[in-house]
Design a binder for this molecule. Structure first.
Ligand code: SF4
Ligand code: SF4
Length: 146
């Protein structure tokens, strides 16, 4: 890992800490795991290149392949990568205040972009499964459907 990547990861950890503080009163998650089944739930999870680096650095590669409807880090109903999960995972609450969560997400995303720019790292905002396919061979919905 380069010095720039290492410094960027430390700054990203600060952003995540700030987000955790902001969302602590924003919604309650019953940890049913339904929203981690992307297709069934009707959404897609995007992440930046820096977030993917953070996820793999802190949690290791996913234990299972990413599928059309599954995250390789999901362990039963629970997230098996809670400490390293992406911003999109952190700011999604099915029953929460969506507008507030969107604002928190957007502010944090801009902060992550500034970190990436400052350290000369590629932005790479793509579906998490696509990035995993590229970085560690995890299958992505896009790859599977080709
Ligand atoms: S945000 Fe909602 S759907 Fe996702 S795990 Fe929590 S309770 Fe389940
Ligand atoms: S990283 Fe965790 S929270 Fe995010 S989609 Fe995967 S299992 Fe769900």
């Amino acid at each position: 890992m380069t010095q720039e990547e290492s410094a960027a990861l430390a700054e990203l950890a600060e952003v995540y800490r700030m987000v955790e503080t902001q969302i602590s009163a924003a919604g309650e998650c019953k940890q049913c795991g339904a929203c981690c089944h992307f297709k069934t739930f009707g959404h897609r999870l995007y992440a930046t290149g820096l977030e993917v680096l953070y996820l793999i650095t802190t949690e290791g590669p996913p234990k299972a392949e990413f599928g059309e409807d599954s995250c390789g880090y999901q362990d039963g109903a629970l997230c098996g990568a809670r400490g390293g999960r992406a911003l999109g995972c952190r700011t999604f609450f099915c029953g929460g205040d969506m507008e507030r969560m969107r604002a928190i997400h957007e502010e944090a995303l801009q902060a992550i972009k500034a970190i990436s720019d400052r350290h000369g790292l590629a932005w790479q905002y793509e579906a998490l499964g696509v990035q995993m396919e590229r970085v560690c061979g995890g299958k992505s919905p896009e790859v599977q459907s080709q």
